[in-house]
Design a protein around this ligand. Sequence first.
Ligand code: DX5
Ligand code: ZN
Length: 232
Amino acid sequence: MSLPHVTRIAPSILSADFARLGEEVRNVITAGADWIHFDVMDNHYVPNLTIGPMVCEAIRPHTTAPIDVHLMCEPVDSLIPMFAKAGADIITFHPESSKHIDRSLGLIRELGCKAGLVFNPGTSLSYMDYVMDKLDIILLMSVNPGFGGQKFIPATLDKLRQARTRIDQWQNEGGQPILLEVDGGVKTDNIAEIRAAGADTFVAGSAIFGQPDYADVIGKMRSEIARAEAGI
Ligand code: DX5
Ligand code: ZN
């Protein structure tokens, strides 16, 4: 396994205080976070309803950090231009939610954003087979999407190793870099094994926003990541 050196922590604002979202975004970035993870739920693809392009536009002036939009919506093609216009840097969607995966990925990239596919715990990695050239990121869900605060599903570790192998092979053959992100139930006490399994980008919602000191949690996550890297 060839682990990329750079790692990113992407707090999910799903667990932030929605009444003070701009401040929460600024605080978590000041506390050392790299990206803002933005969970979009439509009460159709997933049984919950959250935030849309207007909220993305509203937080955009609060940070220069990349905004990582995770669409849990069906369909996605009409939303992609709205989020690109609202200042998204990365847009990911679930393959089951688009009738034309190749087209949706192409659309995201044409609009100047990084594009990615999201795999539910029960979704096969084979969806990436014919679109590797259009992927900037792969996101593995380690919970079923829809809610923050769920428990990490351990089978994700094996799936991460498989995804890492596919990415390594692709890059060794001259393909573009593809990031490997994980989302759901990531905490200070399991982030080391998640890193060792091959992830380079870590979404954490309740683990960060559920604590009073964001810098302390993020710092602990970074030392756990370093500990995993020392053992590889
Ligand atoms: C779940 C969302 C996640 C969620 C993670 O559908 O995609 O981003 O907010 O929350 P935690 O870290 O609490 O599992
Ligand atoms: Zn998410």
